[in-house]
Every structure is written in structure tokens, then in C-alpha cells.
Design a binder for this molecule. Structure first.
Ligand SMILES: C[S@@+](CC[C@H](N)C(=O)[O-])C[C@H]1O[C@@H](n2cnc3c(N)ncnc32)[C@H](O)[C@@H]1O
Length: 218
């Protein structure tokens, strides 16, 4: 089951690549998006960042404007091509095609880690193993930041189903009419805290109207 869920997510984002960035133009979300750009620019100043599931490089671009260097990983060629076309200087970024559940091409020497709208796509049974692997690629005391979506009535796609583990699903439709059922979880602050456990330091969880952002050190 987990493999089918992961393949569906991979396929959906490959097919959605060319319409993905429209999500960042939604008028009601602009205030939050502006605040996220501001927070990311503060947090990642001068860091050597590992970003996973970078997609079209929307946040990569913002982080690269202040960080020392960013290594941005995604599994789909279609989104990586768009990310590469943003014109981020080559001495600031390296895009790598890899699976976030393996990170086999990634060495462990980063001062910071980041993932945008990725936590929500991880099934509950894979969340802790993913976080352990992600942390293993970062230096001691590294900064970790996740941002993700909150579920907001009349703005979020409705929940189409829930499985026995409590994972929730949405039916997503592309502009050409193709439909996909995608795992999308909306954790509470308590769930985020419990998932990260007691070992992380300086944990900050902030819920904006449409997004949440968590930062901590390992
Ligand atoms: C919701 S998008 C987030 C994109 C970007 N981080 C953002 O916030 O705009 C999720 C991304 O995860 C990528 N993805 C899906 N499965 C993956 C996997 N197993 N390994 C690496 N990337 C994956 C998709 O290609 C997609 O670009």
C-alpha cells in the first residue's frame, strides 16, 4: 500500500509540474507566503542547506538568495527542469535527482535542512524513518525547518477519505481533467511535537492561517 501511495504522489507531481507554481498566486494566501519568504530568509542566512522534495524550486530560489549553498533534491525530472531554469547561480545551488526515502547521493555535511509541503505527503508509518534519515544527513546542532499547508475550509481541497492508520486523502484534478487521489495529512501542533520527540532543541511551531512552519536544532 505504502509503495502505491508514494508512486501516486510521484506521478501526480510529475504531471502537475507545469501548473504547480500557480498555487503560490492564490490571492488569499499572499500574506502568509510573504511571511514565509521573510522567515526563510532569516533562518537560512549563510547556511549550507539540504532541501528535499524541492519541486519547481520556488522556495529553493528564496533560500539560495541568502544561504551559502543549497543542495536541492527531487525525484521528478519535470520539476527539476523548471527549478534549474530559475537562474539561481551555479555557485549557489546543486539540483540532485534522488528519492527522499533513500538520499543515496547525499553526503552528510549540511548545517541546515529544509522541506516545503512535503511532511504532509508522508504516510504516518514512514514519517519517523524519513525524519531519522533526513537528520542523519545533517551536522550535529543543524537547523531543520519544515513548512506545510494547514487545512482551511473553502481553500483546501476537501478530504476524500481516511485509511486505518489515520492518513487522509484528497482528490486532486489537473487543468486537463486528469484526477489523482493523493495522501495529504494535516498534523496538529501536538502531533508535530510528538513526531519530533524530546531530542530536538529550540523547537518552534508557528501556525499561520494557511501554512505552518516548524524550526528546531538537532
Ligand atoms: C508538494 S510538492 C513540494 C514542492 C516544493 N517543496 C514546494 O514547496 O513548492 C512535493 C514534491 O515532492 C516530490 N517527490 C515526491 N515523491 C518524492 C520522493 N520519493 N523523493 C523525492 N521527491 C519526491 C515531487 O516531485 C514534488 O516536487
Amino acid at each position: 500500500m505504502a509503495r502505491r501511495i508514494d508512486n501516486d504522489i510521484k506521478q501526480y507531481y510529475s504531471d502537475r509540474a507545469y501548473e504547480y507554481d500557480k498555487t503560490y498566486l492564490r490571492p488569499e494566501r499572499q500574506k502568509d507566503i510573504k511571511e514565509l519568504h521573510r522567515l526563510l530568509k532569516t533562518l537560512f542566512k549563510d547556511q549550507n542547506v539540504l532541501e528535499v522534495a524541492c519541486g519547481t524550486g520556488y522556495w529553493t530560489n528564496t533560500i539560495a538568495s541568502v544561504s551559502k549553498f543549497i543542495t536541492a533534491v527531487d525525484i521528478n525530472d519535470e520539476v527539476l527542469q523548471i527549478a534549474k531554469s530559475r537562474g539561481i547561480p551555479s555557485n549557489k545551488v546543486n539540483f540532485v535527482k534522488d528519492d527522499v526515502y533513500l538520499l543515496s547521493k547525499i553526503q552528510n555535511d549540511f548545517s541546515a535542512g529544509f522541506a516545503g509541503s512535503w511532511w504532509s505527503h508522508i504516510s504516518k508509518s514512514k514519517l519517523k524513518p524519513f525524519i531519522t534519515l533526513f537528520h542523519s544527513k545533517l551536522r550535529l546542532n543543524a537547523l531543520v525547518v519544515f513548512i506545510d499547508n494547514r487545512r482551511v475550509k473553502r481553500s483546501s481541497t476537501p478530504i476524500s477519505g481516511i485509511d486505518i492508520h489515520g492518513n487522509t486523502f484528497q482528490i486532486r484534478k489537473l487543468e486537463d481533467g486528469r484526477e489523482y487521489e493523493i495522501l495529504k495529512n494535516f498534523p496538529t501542533k501536538k502531533e508535530i511535537r510528538e513526531t519530533l520527540g524530546k531530542k530536538v532543541k529550540n523547537l518552534k511551531i508557528q501556525f499561520l492561517k494557511y501554512f505552518w512552519i516548524v524550526s528546531y536544532n538537532i
